[in-house]
Design a protein around this ligand. Structure first.
Ligand code: MN
Length: 580
């Protein structure tokens, strides 16, 4: 449905055009949300329009068309009226004379709070850290109420859709910021409908030729619609026979999904196979009956059937997948799911939201990751460090591991038993002495994999060794790093914290000397940070420690640094909180 929204043409809008947009918003909201509060929606529009009056977008349209479009996206996602009101007002406090106090008086604390969550901190009072702090503020707000993040993502989606009016450098900068932070955030929350639209838009900006070429590949033989219709007709009698009502929808893949497959070097046919979704109006059992109908109509390709209904993916995705020899004996992918399963597949977390934006569903917790990040951000005052860590965290693939107590814990890929212990409980981390992974004793530096079963062994009693300094080198999560450091800070005397600091300094000095020999120096730690990350070290300290411990050669490291700095221009951090 977002795709349809996206392709709608945006001809310049006048006053009549505006009221048509408002009517369409009202209609969508009524259709998608049972207890829609239309007077509230209209009031938010009235005030938003009044405040933005006279402001124009780069396209020459009245500014209010932007909040309207953002809110239309929110309405199509089935969000509640409070969220929609905040959507209509989301840029007022940032860009008009309307204050947060007035907004609170007019609309109440909830709407005001949501608008505040997506309002950028100004450069005047925050200076260089404004961007980093804006993102932190957004994440803190989303941790309390995930609807704030949905507004931010809808805002960015519309800004990306209308990026054509901006200069090429701005386009690239905004697209990169979207790719680095907002797309991973959408992914973490399971907002796949928004995520894939954003991915396609970023690809269209960054690689326009590739995008066009993939478009042709996806169009295939050009008769896609006719072939889908033929498949639909062929399947209908079989579905009737098993008494299942199902809508048969064509779901071509997204450009980005083809792009990723090509980047991975996987071979592809001349055109993309047909890809159908059977949206079953009924129960799980009806899904299996519908699958039977599909397999009765076309011969299944062996080994391609997957049952994600009986075993949902950890993001709660449920569907039956099969590939059959479809029309003209060409392979055709078919997915079978109920409409509720479809909603979760497309909207993830917001398919399970209660009226106040709180999660209604108990299951593997998608917000665990966010909670973890929030715990950590509360303890760091350094916004640059927070951002760095956020970007690392977002760049990492997530895995789900199981503890022997039956807990499920979401961790970044290659996290260690140390990370697991600290993410469960600080006490568990401090007392950690060993770990079994899938029944075998492993080193505590061992990287964990998706689905691992981990048993943590802890020391009992008052006397225990406490964390080792080596853990700092392999632990991946910020909170393990932080808690290990805190432990050392509290045990400075008997644990040789000073010795650690000295070793770090020694490593850094060795590296500086090696650079100096090569007539080079470093003005910032940024290249070190990047190189450290490439080599698998959490931060610069860990890298320096490895140098001082003789695990890395200072000379070789200096050569690599120079090579890296000379070849790749440093990219500055890109704002996520762009409002176009
Ligand atoms: Mn905006």
């Amino acid at each position: 449905m977002l795709r349809a929204f996206m392709t709608r043409s945006s001809s310049p809008v006048d006053v009549h055009g505006l009221s048509a947009l408002v009517d369409s918003l009202v209609r969508t909201h009524r259709a998608q949300y049972a207890s829609a509060d239309i007077p509230l929606l209209r009031k938010a529009y009235r005030i938003g329009e009044q405040m933005h009056r006279g402001q124009m977008r780069k396209s020459g349209e009245p500014y209010i068309t932007h909040p309207l479009a953002v809110t239309q996206i929110l309405a199509e996602l089935g969000m509640d009226t409070t969220t929609l009101a905040a959507g209509l007002l989301h840029d007022t406090v940032e860009d008009t004379s309307y204050t947060l106090e007035q907004l609170r008086a007019d609309f109440g604390t909830e709407v005001a709070w949501m608008v505040d969550g997506v309002t950028k901190l100004d450069k005047v009072s925050f200076g260089d850290v404004a961007e980093a702090e804006t993102i932190r503020k957004l994440i803190v707000a989303a941790g309390r109420d995930v609807r704030v993040m949905v507004i931010k993502l809808a805002d960015r989606l519309h800004n990306m859709q209308t990026l054509g009016f901006k200069s090429r450098p701005s386009q690239v900068r905004i697209a990169k910021g979207t790719q680095d932070v907002l797309i991973p955030l959408a992914d973490r929350l399971g907002l796949y409908a928004l995520k894939s639209e954003l991915e396609d838009l970023v690809l269209g900006i960054m690689e326009p030729e590739m995008y066009a070429e993939i478009g042709e590949y996806l169009d295939g033989r050009g008769d896609r619609e006719a072939r889908v219709e033929a498949a639909r007709r062929k399947l209908a009698p079989q579905l009737r026979e098993v008494r299942v009502a199902a809508e048969v929808v064509d779901r071509p893949r997204h450009h980005y999904s083809v792009y990723r497959e090509r980047s991975a070097g996987r071979p592809a046919g001349r055109h993309d196979p047909l890809r159908l979704v059977l949206m079953v109006d009924g129960s799980e059992t009806d899904c299996y009956a519908a699958l039977g109908a599909v397999h009765n109509t076309w011969r299944p390709i062996p080994g391609r059937f997957k049952d994600f209904i009986a075993s949902p993916k950890f993001n709660m995705y449920q569907s039956l997948h099969t590939t059959v020899f479809g029309p003209d004996h060409e392979p055709m992918d078919v997915m079978v799911r109920t409409s509720q399963m479809n909603r979760i597949a497309e909207f993830g977390i917001i398919a399970q939201l209660g009226p106040a934006g709180q999660r209604a569903h108990k299951g593997p917790d998608k917000l665990l990751w966010l909670t973890r990040l929030l715990d950590w951000q509360r303890e760091t005052n350094d916004s640059a460090k927070f951002l760095e860590s956020l970007r690392c965290d977002l760049a990492d693939e997530q895995i789900l591991v199981f503890t022997s107590q039956g807990r499920q814990v979401l961790l970044p890929l290659a996290a260690t038993p140390v990370d697991l212990a600290y993410s469960v409980d600080t006490r568990l981390g401090d007392r950690l002495i060993g770990a079994y992974v899938n029944g075998r004793l492993v080193p505590l530096s061992r990287g964990l994999a998706d689905g691992d079963l981990v048993e943590i062994i802890t020391a009992e009693g008052g006397d225990y060794p406490g964390p080792s300094q080596e853990w700092l080198l392999t632990a991946k999560t910020p909170q393990a790093q932080l808690q290990i450091s805190q432990w050392f800070a509290g045990h400075r005397d008997d644990r040789g914290e000073k010795a650690l600091a000295d070793r770090i300094t020694a490593g850094r000095t060795a590296l500086k000397a090696a650079l100096h020999q090569r007539d080079r120096g470093l003005s910032t730690d940024e290249p070190l940070m990047r190189l450290g990350r490439d080599l698998g070290y959490r931060d610069v300290d860990a890298l320096c420690l490895a140098v001082s411990d003789g695990k890395l050669d200072a000379g070789q490291l200096a050569d690599r640094l120079i090579d890296m700095v000379d070849r790749v221009p440093l990219t500055p951090w890109h704002a996520v909180a762009e409002s176009a």
